[in-house]
Design a protein around this ligand. Structure first.
Ligand code: NAD
Length: 493
């Protein structure tokens, strides 16, 4: 059986405690691997290695951007060679269908290649200025922040790591990375790739273990200058507090409860299919999931009938066999989703389909939940307000555009949202009113490395991806050169 260890200072090491925990296949409950369980002492060791690499040996930091970019391209090539294995690891560890997992690995490889190129692109500003002291030549440089702590969730195990590690490393930082302890296998493989590629010792460090100990030790560590986190809003709040001690730079990509607003003039079949991608892709375990469908009254009946027909036809099964949906990530997550479903029924929402665990054949051993649609939902219901993070969608209706916008924004989250209509003016008007960072018109969920990703309100701070995603990992320094050296005559005596 595979034993997953920490990677610190270029060595694979067991945690100080010597304890191990199981990694489970959610399709059947079988143990996939043993994972070392780290604590604060292990974070201290990883931070010491990262500090030494950043402040003393400086090999990664001092590499010119062309060489560093080429190195990252080499990492991407090695990932490409390991594509099938990486995809299989995420599928068996997390439960996502293999074809979705393959898509994740391809996106991650593109992400590394994107930042390998971006770090070579022109940046910064050059200014000729004079504020009364004489002519100055002023320019800006971008520098790495230092030791960065990166914490990721389980829903896109490999891809979420790529979104953070690729720009952090492109910028020249040294990193301490902590993936979710629910899914560590593809991250361990990634660090094997770092080792194979010859990353300088201490520039990349992996610490496996729970959020309360390892995650919190990273967020509060005085020698970590930046913490970037993707996960739940509750954990994000705790990280924000922990990071205050040394005023860390901070990036938070948090939860969502995103509206999918559908007007009656839209193409019905298209809207139904995108709504399914919005809520059933990745078993609904997607931060940007379109978990609140808000539909114009006159299209409601036809839409719900067709959505239910198609949701009932969704196949569930072992992710490796490429069903439409796999199991939820853990038994705990399945039970959490089932509790929300029960709450929806108790609070008076109308269950249209699903609403139960799926136990056909071998699926009885796994953690499967049938695609679930709740109709006649109201803003006060728990299932409309709280992030469920599973294949459960709520349906609300509206009569006017104003009402649609009001319902869409009636949430403490602000991660994503979509509008479906054939009226282009209305599409732009409504999307501009939706208070969210990632929005779509006539589609749901497509994501690009080039565009910044992040939330409004309780969905987060900062942006992953795009140029912004690189700048999150950089300090910007201004350098001002006096072009007329000598006394300026400011003081008379
Ligand atoms: P989680 O918050 O439980 O855990 C995320 C990571 O943080 C894990 O590595 C975990 O071990 C660690 N962690 C947990 N508590 C911590 C603490 N107090 N201090 C430091 N670290 C801690 O989230 P999850 O269940 O892994 O993922 C699901 C959540 O992630 C959902 O809310 C989802 O919306 C969100 N998410 C957001 C985005 C985004 O881009 N906004 C993307 C994916 C997932």
């Amino acid at each position: 059986m595979q034993i997953c260890k920490n990677y610190i200072g270029g060595e694979w090491v067991e945690s100080v405690s010597g304890e191990y925990a199981d990694t489970i296949n959610p399709a059947n409950g079988n143990v996939l691997a043993k994972m070392t369980v780290s604590g604060k002492e292990d974070v201290d060791l990883a931070v010491a290695a990262a500090k030494q690499s950043f402040y003393e040996t400086r090999e990664w930091r001092d590499m010119d951007s062309q060489t560093r970019g080429d190195f990252i391209l080499k990492l991407a090539d090695l990932m490409d060679e390991a594509r099938e294995e990486l995809a299989r690891l995420d599928a068996i560890d997390m439960g996502k269908p293999l074809r979705e997992s393959e898509g994740d690995i391809d996106d991650a490889i593109h992400c590394y290649r994107y930042y390998a190129g971006l770090i070579k692109a022109p940046y910064g500003g050059v200014y000729d200025v004079n504020d009364g002291f004489g002519k100055m030549h002023s320019y800006t440089v971008h520098e790495p922040v230092g030791v960065c702590g990166l914490i990721t969730p389980w829903n896109y195990p490999f891809l979420m790591g790529a979104w953070k590690m690729a720009p952090a490393l492109a910028a020249g930082n040294s990193i301490v990375f902590k993936p979710s302890s629910n899914c560590v296998l593809s991250s361990v493989k990634m660090f094997e790739i770092f080792e194979e590629a010859g990353m300088p010792k201490g520039s990349v460090n992996l610490v496996l273990g729970p959020g309360e100990s390892v995650g919190n030790a990273i967020a509060s560590h005085p020698d970590i200058s930046l913490v970037t986190f993707t996960g739940s809003t509750a954990a994000g709040q705790s990280i924000m507090k922990a990071a205050a001690g040394n005023i860390k730079k901070i990036g938070l990509e948090l939860g969502g409860k995103s509206p999918n607003v559908i007007f009656a003039d839209t193409d019905l079949e298209g809207a139904v299919e995108w709504a399914m991608i919005g809520i059933f892709f990745n078993q609904g375990e997607v931060c940007s999931a379109g978990s609140r469908i808000i539909i114009e009254e006159s299209l409601h009946d036809a839409f719900v009938a067709r959505l239910a027909e198609r949701a009932n036809a969704i196949t569930l099964g072992d992710p490796i066999e490429n069903p439409d949906m796999g199991p939820l990530v853990t038994e705990e997550q399945m039970n959490k989703v089932l509790r929300y479903i029960q709450k929806g029924i108790e609070e008076g929402a109308v269950l249209v389909c699903g609403g139960e665990r799926y136990t056909e054949g071998d699926c009885a051993k796994g953690f499967y939940v049938r695609p679930t649609i709740f109709d006649q939902c109201t803003p006060d219901m728990t299932i409309v307000k709280e992030e469920i993070f599973g294949p459960v969608v709520t349906i609300q209706t509206f009569k006017t555009e104003e009402e649609a916008i009001r319902l869409a924004n009636d949430t403490e989250y602000g991660l994503a949202g979509a509008v479906f209509t054939n009226d282009i003016s209305r599409a732009i008007r409504v999307i501009k009113e939706i208070r969210a960072g990632i929005t779509w018109i006539n589609c749901y969920n497509p994501t690009f490395n080039e565009a910044p990703w992040g939330g409004y309100k309780k969905s987060g701070i900062g942006r992953d991806l795009g140029v912004h995603g690189l700048e999150e990992y950089q300090e910007i320094k201004q350098i001002n050169i006096n072009l007329t050296p000598g006394a300026v005559g400011w003081y008379e005596h």
